[in-house]
Design a protein around this ligand. Structure first.
Ligand SMILES: [Zn+2]
Length: 63
């Protein structure tokens, strides 16, 4: 089960291969090598990484 590391929501919509969108806090999540990568969509459509905000533990996927 994938959980948003930002808001702990499980309400994630799949938007692509290994890509999800959090309906709780409106960030994009992508999954690579057992880690969750977090991105915020800026007003101009670019993505900025939020990974610095989270620890490795927060971003690890527990299967
Ligand atoms: Zn969230």
């Amino acid at each position: 089960m994938l959980i948003c590391p930002n808001c702990k929501s499980k309400d994630l919509g799949k938007i692509g291969v290994n890509q999800y969108y959090c309906w709780g806090c409106f960030i994009e999540l992508s999954v690579a090598k057992g880690k969750i990568l977090t991105h915020q969509v800026e007003e101009d459509g670019t993505l900025s990484s939020l990974d610095d905000l989270f620890s490795d533990d927060d971003r690890s996927i527990s299967m």
